[in-house]
Ligand binder design. Sequence first.
Ligand code: ZN
Length: 225
Amino acid sequence: MPALELCLLVKDYFAHKYNLTDLVRTQEQDYPIQMLKLLVDGEAVGKLPCDGILATKVRSYFSRYRELFYKSKEKVLMRRRRPMERLVARADVIILPQVSHLEVMQLAHDQQAHVGHDQTVAYILQKFDWPGLHKDVARYINSCHVCQTSKFPKKRMKFPLKPLESGGPNELLQVDHLKLSTTEEGYQGVLMMVDHFSKYAVAKPYCVFYAKEKCQLVMDHWISE
Ligand SMILES: [Zn+2]
């Protein structure tokens, strides 16, 4: 990624509070990123010099994107996107140091109307990633006071249920996600498409939890076929 583009990305996201030099410095001071760099540079032949939990987290993250990590010429550790991820965002992903995690999770969750886990992760992945991102976001949302108090009202409103009706094929398409553990190719789940009238079904794997990718799958494997 060109230096100017990278610089703009950092400025854009952090509202001009930080610059590229801050990012390089905080990455250099970040312990998990130091461990990750050892693996990227091929310098950790045996055990990583850190505790077991951190070592497992960093190794599992490294093995998921192994060949995609690189250091930009400004010495920022980044990773390229997998082909399916590029449907949503083309810019490479910055590996974000811990000191910025909270701020980014607040921007991605609190300022996006307290969206759920998958949407929060997807929002962050448009620009950033880090080892243990999914678990950190889950922990953050579980401790979010607004979510805990407003999303689960004690008395739920009840609405009358009505059966869905369709008069012919392709009149009503039912779409649902089936989330699975991530495969080696990077797929995270299956998108199910079922014609309500005929019950004809199509299932396609997806990589990222973005509406744009899901729409593309419906376009390619239902509407176009
Ligand atoms: Zn929340």
